[in-house]
Design a protein around this ligand. Structure first.
Ligand SMILES: C[S@@+](CC[C@H](N)C(=O)[O-])C[C@H]1O[C@@H](n2cnc3c(N)ncnc32)[C@H](O)[C@@H]1O
Length: 238
């Protein structure tokens, strides 16, 4: 089934308008294979979650006009879309963005033949999209990397249509038993030094931040140190 086309924002930002820093440029300047291997290790040892669980969580919650926030090099999105194809779920239109030029370059190359995927450089805290534009929005493995999380969550709320869903996951302060919690803490400290992790969040803190941004109907799935969630931008009844 073919989804109707959407256009990316006409106000796509120029690289010079994004407030990155040498630290960000360096944090995301690794070779793609190392980025993928690193991601897999972090998912297993810091999140204590599994790839199949993450793929299912994101794949089943995508709708016709979809925004992929912080798409990175697109490795994860590509697997998610393969899973959707395997399940024979409808083709959707996707706009994806990231604020690290090197990551976005990887995604642009990866999806160069996919006409239904448009990519651009943008900051989650200042999205170049109209209000009420998207049916669904995913943010995979990135919320805890945002320097300005509250502002970014408000932007997620703004660009979703009423009734639209926000699907995400967030790294939680390491829990559980030694040595698993010790390993997770060590990886988090390394991630913070490297600039790929802003910080992990306490469970109640991240849920409160989602509600404060205006979201409702929290569906949550806590595994290891990772909260996977779906929230809705409710239609006002008054
Ligand atoms: C761990 S990667 C996750 C990428 C991808 N979603 C995945 O699951 O493979 C985190 C990404 O968040 C991006 N990022 C961090 N802060 C951002 C912001 N404020 N706006 C846009 N992208 C951001 C980084 O550039 C990086 O590509």
């Amino acid at each position: 089934m073919k989804a109707p086309k959407i256009k990316p924002s006409s106000s796509a930002v120029e690289p010079s308008q994004i407030k990155t820093s040498p630290k960000i440029d360096e944090a995301y300047s690794s070779e793609p294979w190392w980025y993928d291997a690193r991601g897999f290790l972090i998912l297993t040892l810091a999140y204590n979650d599994t790839l199949p669980h993450q793929i299912r969580h994101f794949a089943k919650n995508m709708r016709t006009q979809h925004l992929e926030v912080a798409v990175g090099s697109g490795t994860f999105l590509e697997v998610v879309l393969k899973y959707r194809r395997w399940k024979k779920w409808p083709v959707i239109n996707i706009i994806g963005f990231d604020y690290a030029p090197s990551m976005l370059q990887g995604a642009t190359h990866r999806f160069r033949k996919n006409k239904n995927i448009q990519l651009q450089l943008a900051d989650a805290a200042n999205m170049p999209f109209k209000d009420n534009q998207f049916d669904s929005l995913s943010c995979a493995n990135a919320i805890h990397s945002f320097p300005e999380l509250e502002k970014s969550l408000r932007e997620c709320f703004r660009v979703l249509k009423p009734g639209g869903i926000f699907v995400g996951n967030c790294l939680i302060t390491p829990r559980g038993i030694w040595p698993l919690n010790w390993i997770a803490k060590k990886i988090n400290s390394w991630g913070q030094r490297k600039g790929i992790l802003h910080r992990a969040y306490d469970l109640t803190e991240i849920k409160d931040l989602l509600m404060k941004a205006g979201f409702k109907n929290l569906e949550e799935d806590l595994r290891g140190n990772c909260l996977s969630f779906v929230v809705t931008k409710n239609i006002k009844t008054t």
